[in-house]
Design a protein around this ligand. Structure first.
Ligand code: SF4
Length: 183
């Protein structure tokens, strides 16, 4: 199986999640958020194809990482390939963060068994589109106030969004009221 990437694996990132992380930059995104920093990753025919076996070999050879972060682009558009990658990452003891333009609720509503299976291997999901008007440089690991740093395994267990306690901001986003609210 192959995956379409925007860039080579990027080890030693300290800004794409907790600890030292290798980042997988997937190619392809149809969310088209205004102000997106990675517009070159939107084209589903852009980037280049890589065999998953090559990615696994490379992951194996990169030392000193706490986890992997799937970003892009939106990894969820290539869920089959991403599922294989996160399964492998768990085998080699890398924790898994994933960025997506979908909200957690939207992902569940897609009713796609592959997405649910994928989420079962994800520790932390940073969800939601980037909203330029809600951009803040004070936020940890996210770009705009609507986005959430979600504890995926507890959220799946409790059937509601549970945020990672230490990355909760004073403000969070109420999706029903479409506004930031103070916790
Ligand atoms: S989801 Fe991410 S990559 Fe896609 S348009 Fe929005 S900010 Fe850009």
């Amino acid at each position: 199986m192959k995956i379409r990437l925007a860039a080579p694996l990027q080890p030693d990132s300290i800004v794409d999640g907790e600890g030292i992380r290798v980042v997988l930059w997937t190619q392809g995104c149809s969310h088209h958020c205004k102000g997106c920093h990675n517009q070159e990753t939107w084209d589903f025919k852009g980037g280049y194809l890589v065999d998953l076996e090559e990615i696994k070999e490379e992951l194996n050879s990169i030392q000193g990482q706490d986890g992997i972060t799937l970003s892009g682009g939106d990894p969820l558009f290539q869920v089959d390939a991403c599922l294989e990658i996160v399964k492998y990452c768990k085998k080699i003891n890398l924790n898994v963060w994933c960025y997506t333009g979908y909200t957690f609720e939207q992902l569940l509503a897609l009713n796609n068994p592959k997405i649910i299976e994928f989420l079962n291997y994800v520790d932390v999901l940073v969800d939601g589109k980037f909203i330029l008007e809600q951009r803040s440089l004070d936020l940890k690991f996210k770009g705009s106030e609507n986005q959430r740093v979600i504890d995926v395994q507890n959220s799946l267990k409790e059937n509601k969004v549970i945020l990672v306690e230490k990355y909760k901001d004073k403000k969070n986003y109420d999706f029903k009221k479409k506004t930031a609210v103070y916790l």
